[in-house]
Ligand binder design. Sequence first.
Ligand SMILES: NC(=O)c1ccc[n+]([C@@H]2O[C@H](COP(=O)([O-])OP(=O)(O)OC[C@H]3O[C@@H](n4cnc5c(N)ncnc54)[C@H](O)[C@@H]3O)[C@@H](O)[C@H]2O)c1
Length: 435
Amino acid sequence: MDHHSDSDISSQRHVHSSSVSSLDTQSTGIDDACEDLQDSDREYIVVVGGLGYIGSHTCLELLKSGYNIVVIDNLSNSFRSVYTRLQTLGKNYFDTRCEPMPQMHLYVSDYRDEAAMKQILGEYVRPHTSHQLLEGEARIESRIRGVIHFGAYKSVSESIQQPLKYYANNVAGLVEFCSILNSFQIKTFVFSSSATVYGSIANSGMPLREEHCTHQEEAFSDHDGVTKTVLGGCTGLTNPYGRTKWMCEAILSDLALADPEWTVLALRYFNPVGCDASGLLREDPRGVPTNLMPVVLRVLTGVSPVLDVFGTDYPTVDGTAVRDFIHVTDLARGHIAALAAAFDGRVPKGFRTYNLGSGKGHSVLDVVSAVESASSSKIPLRILGRREGDVGSCVAMPKRAETELDWKTEKSLETCCRDVCNFLDKFKRPAMPVV
Ligand SMILES: NC(=O)c1ccc[n+]([C@@H]2O[C@H](COP(=O)([O-])OP(=O)(O)OC[C@H]3O[C@@H](n4cnc5c(N)ncnc54)[C@H](O)[C@@H]3O)[C@@H](O)[C@H]2O)c1
């Protein structure tokens, strides 16, 4: 079951000069000379953190939707073999349709490496026509149509212990990266935000709507039709990770306010679970996982003896925490919908937040029983106290994404569990006692 080997690298596109020695690129394996000839006009989407859990699923959906992609990842929480899997899945998809697969390039680099980012983005600058040069209209034009930014650290507990690591990567990195994008005139940006930005509002038990925790004043009609005005700001953020997401949103909002050419869509994810139905992609962190589903997987595969349930005294149906679980493929499609809406001009320029959730809440025990029935296995539980930084309930009001992005979830919690078990079956999990 070791799929972390780097030996499956299919082709090396080119390795760059010593000034960016960490930079290492791969392409889909098409003959370089031929590719360079055809490539001068091709447009791309940059995906930072594209080999991670949500990033890899989004890359697959981008390819399926016909986008050429440039993946930038430093492999801090992912493996190079994910790229090979993406190639395989993309090729299978397009082979069965007898269509050519879009281009996919991988750059193994830290997005905070300024020289590397300038070098990568420089490769996608449109050459100036002689007319532009003569007329003095030599403004930089990029073939990068937009950026989806997943690159961040994401463990709540680690962020409490090592806050500076989180601020450096998630916040400082974003500031520098946006300055570089600005200089290349790349101004369509999709940001991985999180429902964690709702802070203590999540504890109200009401579905969470985007007008809360904004960065500028917003007005909305509540369920009784009464107009309410909400000032920018948020209270009760419980951990540094959540604060990094909040700060990034605020920075991007200020940027878009200052320069109206920017379109920034901050997607507030609820709880992604599941994996691609092929079973070839999944959540596969380098360290010990903290999200519910990979921890459940460790129990199912016998790596961990029990599933720790943190808190059974929340004001929820069964006392365990309630979350809005969303299939990662639905979430990935949300990014395609966001890009399409931005490119079609269906969303206003500037900064806007969108909840990507199902609008339905499930407790931890609901998930346990859904996994048990999909896997025909018993999951032993260990009941513990509440975990620092957690809230009791966190469920989306997903209306804005449905109306403005033409997106909503399609897959159920049962499908999430079935796909994860499909992945396990592919890799021959050890037998567990049947329920
Ligand atoms: N998974 C969730 O439950 C969840 C929920 C809400 C928001 N998010 C956000 O979504 C994004 C993606 O989450 P994920 O679950 O796919 O995480 P992940 O850790 O699986 O993916 C992140 C990817 O970014 C890469 N990366 C990190 N720092 C980088 C850097 N400096 N330069 C280049 N690459 C870098 C990692 O190697 C990894 O491949 C993150 O920003 C996360 O905060 C995740």
